[in-house]
Design a protein around this ligand. Structure first.
Ligand code: NAD
Length: 344
């Protein structure tokens, strides 16, 4: 069941936790530990339909964290945890039981926020373990990283990182999308926004001069860049067929409905900035509370997303591979180098 699960991919450790008193049912998956023997990944609480669904989710997300940390040059491996249950029904007792479960791994696994688990929830966990880190609101750093990633993408695709007059369509003008729009507006980009939240759209129009477009129309805008900043899987066969932009670079997680679409984008001549590279500002901020580095360092590492993406784009071009594959190759190279250095 575990070893043969579709997303098993050689996980180092998969642990199941149960607490009778609170009804906690949780799974912690450690895909790889980093050079300092620890791995980080948020805790997600979802009312999964089955144990199999929860297991596959935690394995898939944990593997993704390995690549995200490695490509960002962090000294962390990848891990994740899931709590099976309705987040509306979570209690402090349940969260403390989860904290004790995290603690039982002795620091091999650090947890943080994710879908269904807020910074306040992580703070409750941290009353029983030092391995739960909320790390403040990561959105501003994520937005800064996405902004830098967009500059790298225009440099690679359009020959300049000057965004003055560049047209960007942002899908989802929430915490990350709005922060990104502020940077873009400051630099003179023309912004188009779509969201399900009318108040967020009004604010973007009034304060940043953004053009509001219909939800369904965002993909076929006559723009240079599409920045998905809402939900996952928004890049699919339909939206690719509609799009006129030559760059996809945004903050949302899991943007591609399936990995094969990276090849479709490459064939169409669209430059895709792999999501886990461009949106790593948040994890860099959380890591600063684990590996103890300063706010200045958080900022400079987030700014480094620009160079990381340029390297990935160059590698993709040189090896005639997708940017997704190039990001994976870059992550593995950085991970191997860090492990070799730690072994010396
Ligand atoms: P958010 O909830 O603040 O913003 C999401 C926005 O998308 C909201 O304004 C919402 O109304 C809008 N939206 C929802 N459905 C939509 C639809 N169908 N079409 C258009 N807009 C829609 O969330 P956020 O923190 O800004 O995160 C945005 C994305 O970035 C998510 O995929 C998240 O996983 C990812 N991400 C966020 C961070 C972070 O630091 N916040 C870090 C890494 C990745």
């Amino acid at each position: 069941m575990v070893f043969s699960a579709p997303s098993f991919d050689d996980h180092e450790k998969v642990v199941f936790g149960y607490d009778e008193a609170t009804g906690l049912k949780a799974i912690i998956a450690i895909h790889r530990k980093g050079p300092k023997g620890r791995a980080l990944g948020g805790c997600r609480m979802v009312d999964y339909k089955s144990e199999e669904e929860a297991l596959n989710d935690v394995l898939r997300l944990s593997r993704g964290m390995t690549f995200k940390s490695a490509v960002s040059g962090l000294a962390l491996g990848g891990a994740k945890s899931v709590i099976m249950g309705d987040p509306a029904k979570k209690t402090p007792e349940l969260l403390r039981a989860m904290g004790k479960f995290v603690d039982s791994l002795g620091g091999a696994y650090y947890t943080s926020v994710d879908v269904g688990i807020s910074a306040d929830d992580v703070d409750v966990m941290s009353s029983v373990t030092k391995y739960a880190v909320s790390g403040g609101d990561p959105s501003p750093m994520t937005a800064l990283g996405v902004y830098q990633g967009i500059k790298a993408a225009t440099k690679a695709k359009l020959g300049s990182n000057d965004l003055n007059g560049i047209r960007v369509a942002i899908q989802g003008i929430g915490k990350v999308g709005y922060g990104l729009a502020e940077y873009l507006a400051q630099e003179g980009a023309e912004i188009f926004v779509a969201d399900v939240n009318a108040a967020a759209l009004d604010k973007a129009a009034q304060e940043l001069g953004a053009h509001v477009v219909d939800l369904d129309a965002i993909w076929d805008q006559n723009v240079d860049i599409i920045a998905p900043c809402a939900l996952g899987a928004s890049v699919n066969d339909d939206t690719i067929a509609q799009m006129r932009a030559s760059i996809i670079a945004g903050g949302a997680n899991n943007q591609l409905a399936h990995d094969g679409l990276a090849e479709v984008l490459k064939d169409k001549g669209v430059l895709y900035a792999p999501d886990y590279v461009i949106n790593a500002g948040g994890v860099i901020q959380v890591d600063s509370h684990v590996d103890m580095f300063s706010e200045d360092e958080v900022r400079s590492r987030t700014m480094g997303i620009y160079d990381t993406l340029l390297r990935i784009f160059e590698r993709a071009e040189r090896d005639n591979i997708t940017t997704l594959k190039a990001a994976e190759d870059e992550a593995i190279a950085r991970m191997n180098a860090a492990m070799a250095e730690a072994a010396e």
